[in-house]
Design a protein around this ligand. Structure first.
Ligand code: RFL
Ligand code: PHB
Length: 394
């Protein structure tokens, strides 16, 4: 088998890249270890930046997002039992975010690829990369996990295979620097059947730890609680979760958190990670394969999308004008934006969570930081500008 761009992984990065390439008349094949049902059912991110939303519209995959997604013009920071609204729309000159779940984006992108005859091979096994520093890199794999070993010959390979995929280790360790920070806390996330308790997301700092109120639809709500990274979900009964959410989110103005049956709960670890460079020979990494952010800034999925935007442009220039300029600078262009998203995610995480190691002095500094950013126009604008998403600087 042969193709122009072999894509490993059908997450947001791989699917979006394949669709962008298709629109430019460039062929690709996606190889994915999981089944279509699995990728379409995995609950992850929820917030799309303005740029991600604009791109979905530009490429004709936004019908359901525009119908079912929720445009949010503001976000609340809550601390000391009081809410402070950040009016992103006004502060950024009309930009906002869209609350639309990642698995819905996946469903829309898979459909767009399948409807246009795109080649997506699900449920593959034994995926390995070969000759990434030659002109004809190849990917070996088995269909249905244990079929015959097959080979996909490519001009380029896009490693969109997430944090644990086989692509990143193909960049020789002698030229690869990995920057890593593991946080001592995790997020316990729930999905509950209940009406929304608030019109916008609430990021809450409390003495007991962070809490986040998000949403999925008028009937389904998504909430998170800071827990210890080593905590076990078995320690968290539904009653304990609600009681802790109620405590952390309580205000003095009569605001009410609406409870309902919890039908999904899990704990996710929090880390920051960056791989530099994001390319080697004819291999290009995109999304979580190259970098991870803690979820506090809602940036992971959006970074995956901005990476493949740059990569698609690089391939377009290569095939249409034989120019390698963007491809050569791929890593440099992406990392500039990636590091700013790492900075913002790290900042939001530090400002909003409780750290065991904080002295009473550091705790007061944290609250002063929150007070400053929610009361100064410059502080507010900085949060708003980063939250709706920074531009790609070519
Ligand atoms: P993905 O989504 O991990 O997709 C990688 C795909 O590669 C496949 N794969 C392989 N395929 C073939 N061969 C192999 N050997 C393979 N190994 C792996 C995997 O099966 C998978 O399908 O990476 P991608 O495309 O880079 O997308 C990144 C995003 O998924 C991720 O950054 C976000 O989910 C992070 N994130 C959030 N991002 C946001 O922008 N906004 C949010 O609000 C937000 N909230 C979150 C989040 C992540 C969370 N978790 C679970 C870590 C909330 C949470 C709780
Ligand atoms: C979500 O709705 O899953 C969500 C929202 C905001 C975040 C992270 C996750 O910062």
């Amino acid at each position: 088998m042969r193709t122009q761009v072999g894509i490993i992984g059908a997450g947001p990065a791989g699917l979006m890249l394949s669709h962008l390439l298709h629109l430019q008349g460039i062929e690709s094949v996606i190889l994915e270890t999981r089944t279509r049902e699995e990728i379409e059912g995995t609950i992850r991110a929820g917030v799309l930046e303005q740029g991600t939303m604009d791109l979905m519209r530009e490429i004709g995959v936004s019908q359901r997002m525009d119908r079912e997604g929720q445009a949010h013009h503001g976000v609340e920071f809550r601390f000391n039992g009081k809410g402070h609204r950040i009016n992103m729309y006004e502060l950024t000159g009309g930009k906002h975010v869209m609350v639309y779940a990642q698995h819905e984006v996946i469903i829309d992108l898979v459909k767009a690829r399948v409807d246009r005859g795109g080649e997506l091979i699900f449920n593959v096994g034994d995926v390995s990369l070969h000759g990434v520093d030659t002109d004809k890199p190849t990917i070996q794999f088995r269909r249905d996990k244990d079929g015959e070993l097959e080979e996909l010959v490519c001009d380029f390979i896009a490693g969109c295979d997430g944090f644990h995929g086989p692509s990143r280790p193909m960049i020789p360790s002698s030229i690869r620097t990995e920057y890593d920070k593991v946080f001592p806390m995790g997020w316990l996330g729930i999905l509950a059947e209940a009406p929304p308790s608030a019109p916008e997301l609430i990021y809450c700092n409390h003495d007991n730890g962070f809490a986040l109120v998000s949403t999925r639809s008028p009937e389904i709500q998504r909430m998170y609680l800071q827990v210890d990274a080593k905590d076990n979900i078995a320690n968290w009964s539904d009653d304990r979760i609600w009681s802790e959410l109620q405590t952390r989110l309580q205000t003095s103005d009569g605001w009410n958190l609406i409870e309902g049956p919890i039908f999904q709960k899990n704990i996710v670890a929090m880390r920051s990670f960056v791989c530099d460079p994001m390319q080697y020979g004819r291999l290009f990494l995109a999304g979580d394969a190259a970098h991870i952010v803690p979820p506090t800034g809602a940036k992971g999925l959006n970074l995956a999308i901005s990476d493949v935007r740059v990569l698609a442009k690089g391939f377009e220039d290569f095939y249409k004008s034989n120019s390698r300029d963007v491809l050569n600078r791929y890593s440099e262009i992406c990392l500039r934006r990636v590091w700013k998203a790492e900075r913002f995610s790290n900042y939001m995480t530090s400002m909003l969570h409780r750290f065991e190691t904080h002295s009473p002095f550091e705790r007061r500094i944290q609250l002063a930081e929150l007070d400053y950013v929610t009361s100064s126009r410059i502080g507010l604008t900085s949060i708003a500008e980063n939250y709706v998403g920074l531009p790609i600087e070519w």
